[in-house]
Design a protein around this ligand. Structure first.
Ligand SMILES: [Fe+2]
Ligand SMILES: [Fe+2]
Ligand SMILES: [Fe+2]
Length: 266
């Protein structure tokens, strides 16, 4: 059973409804695959195809919505949806699915969807197009009132700004290694921070600890996927790519602090 939990709600009713429906389809397919008399060809042609088609329809709606509000995250979403489409079609085109490969595919679908909602869809409609190249600054509106957490959030912002400044510094030659070093530090610091935050929530028996954990895990998994080593030297494309990664990290953190972390202090 794949649970669609409240923390998956992004606050846009049409999109939330479609996500919920995707979860229903996942669960139907899951029970069919685990039934004693599971008929793999019927499941493939009926349920798995329906799931795939509905996901494609849903992506198109989501993208159209983002386009209509000029959402700056649109490009990232287009790439992620495309990666999903490629992965699923490569499964479906690799010949007849067996019960096992179908189960594998379904696990991938469920995991991907859950993580995509918590790390990317959650940002839909939350940010305007940046008017200039402004870095991200920590402001009082981000304060949770919990000293340790605020201190660590401040440090996260400082690291984000360090990376941002390095990316845009035209006077440093060969800055690539340094950028990767700070990005890695940012990733490690984020992991440590989530750990501290979760420990604090455990201590106060915070009721929304599970939702926080899910959000943290989805974000960390995504960070781990970023392969810095793939980039060899800094040209304009890479500069843009790195700025894109940084932008996403910063936006996710800001949204998470405002929507979830601030509640811990209350
Ligand atoms: Fe999406
Ligand atoms: Fe936090
Ligand atoms: Fe958090």
């Amino acid at each position: 059973m794949y649970q669609f939990t409240n923390d998956c709600l992004i606050g846009i009713p049409e999109i939330d409804k479609e996500h919920q429906h995707l979860f229903n389809l996942l669960n139907q397919t899951d029970s069919a695959l685990h039934a004693a008399d599971a008929d793999i060809s019927a499941i493939t042609s009926r349920l798995l195809n329906e799931l795939y088609n509905y996901a494609m329809e849903h992506f198109a709606h989501e993208e159209a919505y983002m386009r209509s509000i000029d959402d700056p995250e649109l490009n990232r979403q287009l790439q992620e949806h495309e990666a999903f489409r490629e992965k699923v079609t490569s499964y479906m085109d690799s010949g007849e699915l067996t019960l096992n490969t179908a189960k594998e595919l379904l696990t991938f679908l469920a995991k991907w969807l859950y993580r995509h909602i918590l790390s990317s869809d959650i940002l839909i409609g939350k940010f305007q197009k940046a008017k200039n190249n402004d870095a991200y600054v920590f402001s009082n509106e981000y304060l949770t009132g919990i000293e340790l957490i605020d201190k660590e959030h401040r440090q996260l912002f400082a690291l984000v700004n360090d990376v941002h400044n390095l990316i845009h510094d035209e006077f440093i030659f060969d800055k690539y290694d340094e950028i990767v070093r700070i990005l890695t530090e940012l990733r490690n610091y984020t992991e440590m921070h989530f750990h501290d935050e979760e420990t604090y929530m455990e201590q106060i028996h915070y009721p929304e600890l599970d939702a926080q954990r899910r959000a943290h895990n989805a974000f960390i998994e995504k960070l781990v996927d970023i392969n810095f080593a793939e980039l060899e030297d800094m040209d304009d494309n890479q500069q843009e790519y790195l700025q894109g990664i940084l932008d996403f990290l910063a936006k996710w953190l800001i949204n998470h602090i405002l929507k979830m972390d601030k509640k811990i202090g209350k």
